[in-house]
Design a protein around this ligand. Structure first.
Ligand SMILES: [Fe+2]
Length: 340
């Protein structure tokens, strides 16, 4: 059969796992001839070992293998956050419906049937590698934003660990109030990047130990809108934008930038702000000691009574804090000073 000439635009490392030497060599030959880097292993356990030590862009798995079946390997790849975005193709001996169903359950991205048709194999490999390239680009863009957000956080030594605490507790509170997975994911990202707009706030204001002038406050208050603008081009951040823009709104409409009131403040923003405020209160700053968890909750209860925070989300948060025997550790938070 005539094969297409090597395709220049798609490259990648392909891991082939098959216990039959002849099958393995055939796949290796076909793919190497097209310019792909191929690593071939004889069983599932060896495949997982390769994945943990080598950058792999695509996995071709025989279903029936000793030690670990293709299904089991696929399941492990898809349940590990370090590899879950690597596409997996399962190669089955028959076009058995049961095998396909089990493969779909295991998270397989595609299937090939033996005997493998070279044209079909290469077409699928190229299309999955293209998809992987786009995922990688997106991941790089996201990691640039995360690095920027963390570099802003690290300007202030008192904010050490702020991001990690916010991520952990906003995810827990999001789950506690029953948010769908997509919004919990948005919270995980929003917890890191919500203050990214502070990149536009001069250090003299951001790190000022004393009170801010009205003019300086005006500049600080622009950070949610600037942050939204920075993250807007990234499609995967669509659900994160409301968190960034509205994390300083208040339930009674007295917040900024839009003065939204009540449930008009997006639920994800209401979740993040409660965690953010609590972290600020339980954090030591140059001008204040860290509150204990119960003192912080008492202060926030008073703020709920004033109309600042969503009472129902706050009640759920109290349960999260109570469930956590250790509570928040007391170290710096960005929200304590200019952020509130
Ligand atoms: Fe903020």
């Amino acid at each position: 059969m005539m094969l297409r000439p090597p395709h220049q635009s798609v490259t990648g490392s392909i891991l082939v796992a098959d216990d039959q030497t002849a099958n393995r060599e055939l796949l290796q030959e076909l793919l190497s001839a097209q310019g792909f880097t191929v690593i071939a292993v004889p069983d599932g356990a060896a495949a997982l070992e390769q994945l943990s030590s080598t950058q792999i862009d695509l996995v071709l798995l025989d279903v029936m293998m000793p030690r670990l079946t293709g299904f089991a390997v696929c399941e492990k790849i898809k349940s590990n956050p370090a590899t879950d975005l690597v596409p997996v193709v399962l190669i089955t001996s028959l076009s058995d419906r049961q095998d396909r169903l089990q493969g779909i359950k295991a998270g397989a991205d595609d299937f090939l049937t033996r005997p493998v048709d070279p044209t079909e194999l290469l077409a699928r490999v190229r299309s999955l590698l293209k998809l992987k390239q786009r995922t990688d680009e997106l991941e790089r863009a996201e990691s640039v934003l995360f690095s920027l957000a963390r570099s802003i956080e690290s300007k202030d030594p008192y904010t050490h660990g702020h991001c990690e605490r916010l991520v952990e507790y906003s995810v827990r509170l999001g789950e506690q109030v029953g948010l769908p997975e997509e919004q919990v994911t948005a919270l995980r990202r929003g917890a890191v990047v919500h203050d990214i707009g502070k990149v536009a706030v001069p250090d003299a204001i951001l790190l000022k130990p004393g009170r801010l002038t009205e003019e300086e406050w005006k500049i600080v208050r622009e950070h949610p809108v600037i942050g939204e603008r920075i993250c807007e081009p990234l499609k995967s951040f669509r659900a994160v934008l409301p968190i960034i823009r509205h994390h300083h709104e208040k339930y009674d409409g007295s917040g900024y930038p839009d003065g939204l009131r009540g449930d008009a403040v997006p639920i994800t923003a209401r979740v993040l702000q409660i965690v953010d405020v609590f972290d600020a209160l339980t954090t030591e700053r140059p001008y204040k000691k860290a509150f204990s968890a119960s003192d912080a909750l008492q202060t926030m209860r008073e703020e709920v009574a004033k109309g600042w925070w969503d009472p129902q989300v706050f009640d759920q948060f109290v349960q999260v804090v109570r469930a956590d025997a250790t509570g928040f550790r007391s170290c710096g938070a960005a929200a304590a000073g200019t952020n509130r």
